[in-house]
Design a protein around this ligand. Structure first.
Ligand code: PMP
Length: 466
């Protein structure tokens, strides 16, 4: 860690934080007796806290974000140059980086056409929800306003995105929610008994899981359902890849009932799953809306995008004499040029350094290491994920699949922290059942980094579970 801050400066930072900062997600009571972790510096895969302790960050900024790693000078320079030239103008007008990044992004997304800039994943999802509602009014006489979302998926922290939230623990005490959001079942093979489908496996299970969505559509009335919103690989709900056969059947169902498909790439987007730029591209999905945020600029600037097809775009300019015809929406900071300037460099880095390929190779290595840990630790019930987006589910018994107590999962997370590796926990579908350890190292990870992460997990599991 560099020496620009002395001990006095750092203790002032800690006191100011404790006195005035309201941290996200966490309970503050423990900070009355202890200190919050304050991250002072980052370089590559590593970060340093206020005590000078070094960590390998195995979760890219805690929430799968810093895909190209910390301390990228070329992103900083691009943002600096851009904001000195032109920092902000509302997106009612255009800007150089907004045009160039949209062009580059669309090159990576065949079939898609238009980029709507905003500044968080929640907001990008809200924009798509608003478009679906407006399309219902424009095209279907005010019907087709319902938006289906899936158990275990997460789409954001605002009230409408929480209304589409499949993780109950996050929603408790925040209701009532917005109307016309309807939940469909998850598609997780490891927990297929919850769906009454434990007699099926592989492709047959995938098709049957998708058919459960059709049952909900028929129950609600297809003429009332406008869109289906899904994560390509569920992130915070437990790192869940859909089974074989699922996506083809989902798309058939959407086509049959004239339902728009909204893919939430906030976590998977921009390389996280390896080989492809986006998660949906692994599965032959042809979406109508794609939303993305975290990895778009790897956290160097706040930027999120909602991307649609030309067909959707055309619906919003078919009747120019009608004042209500267009999408009457704005996001103030969607006009910040720092976002697309950073996003352009971020994408260039991924291309020039071959990070999609590295992600695939290192993801395979990490999955191999985690599978080896499964042989050693009975507590691991399942290893899953794609690219450098992986999770292991901890269960008391591999036959009953009863989740381990959440406090033990958090003890493993804490133990890894003490060993100098920051990992995460996922699965907020049922309160108190946060039993998945989650990993999303930067796409620059080396074999040594991956081995160091899985060695720490091995040691932590031994310490907590024996
Ligand atoms: N969708 C998914 C899949 C997410 O994981 C998240 C954030 N964790 C969001 C949407 C919301 O993004 P944001 O926090 O930027 O609003």
């Amino acid at each position: 860690m560099d020496g620009t801050l002395n001990e006095n400066d750092l203790s002032r930072v800690v006191s100011a934080d404790k006195a005035h900062v309201w941290h996200h997600l966490v309970q503050h009571k423990p900070f009355e007796t202890g200190d919050p972790r304050i991250i002072i510096e980052g370089k590559g895969m590593r970060v340093w806290d206020q005590n000078g302790k070094e960590y390998i960050d195995a979760v890219s900024g805690a929430v799968w974000t810093v895909n190209v790693g910390y301390g990228r000078e070329r992103i900083a320079n691009a943002v600096r140059d851009q904001i000195m030239k032109m920092c902000y103008f509302a997106q009612a007008a255009g800007s150089i980086p907004a045009a160039l990044f949209a062009e580059k992004l669309i090159e990576k997304m065949p079939g898609m056409s238009r980029v709507y800039y905003t500044n968080s994943g929640s907001e990008a999802n809200e924009k798509a929800f608003k478009m679906v509602r407006q399309i219902a009014h424009k095209k279907y006489g005010g019907k087709k306003t319902k938006i289906l979302y899936r158990e275990r998926d997460y789409h954001g922290s605002t009230l409408a995105t929480m209304s589409a939230g499949g993780q109950d623990e996050r929603n408790m005490q925040y209701g009532p929610f917005a109307p016309d959001f309807v939940r469909v079942p998850h598609c997780m093979e490891y927990r297929k008994h919850e769906l009454g489908l434990d007699h099926l496996s592989g492709r047959e299970f995938g098709i049957a899981a998708a058919n459960q969505i059709e049952e909900i559509i028929l129950r609600e009335g297809p003429e009332t359902v406008g869109a289906l919103c899904l994560e390509p690989v569920t992130a915070g709900g437990g790192v869940i890849e859909a089974p074989e056969g699922y996506w083809d059947r989902v798309q058939e169902i959407c086509k049959q009932y004239d339902i728009l498909l909204h893919i939430d790439e906030v976590v998977c987007g921009v390389g996280r799953t390896g080989t492809e730029w986006f998660g949906y591209q692994h599965y032959g999905i042809k979406p109508d809306f794609v939303t993305m945020a975290k990895g778009v600029a790897s956290g160097y600037a706040a930027i999120a995008c909602m991307v649609t097809t030309e067909e959707v775009f055309e619906l919003f300019k078919s009747n120019p004499s009608d004042k209500l015809d267009h999408f009457r929406d704005i996001s103030t900071f969607g006009g910040c040029t720092a976002g697309p300037a950073a996003a352009l460099e971020n994408m260039a880095i991924i291309e020039e350094e071959g990070l999609l390929e590295n992600c695939t190779a290192m993801g395979a290595r990490m999955k191999g290491n985690l599978n080896a840990l499964m042989e050693k630790h009975d507590i691991i019930g399942d290893v899953r994920g794609k690219g450098l987006f992986l999770g292991i589910e901890l269960v008391k018994d591999r036959t009953t699949k009863e989740p381990v107590d959440e406090k033990h999962v958090m003890a493993v997370v804490a133990e890894c922290g003490a060993l100098g590796v920051i990992i995460g926990a996922a699965n907020r579908s049922i309160p108190g059942r946060n039993n998945v350890l989650a990993f999303s190292p930067a796409l620059i990870a080396t074999a040594d980094d991956i081995d160091a992460i899985t060695d720490a997990v091995d040691q932590a599991l031994t310490k907590v579970f024996g």
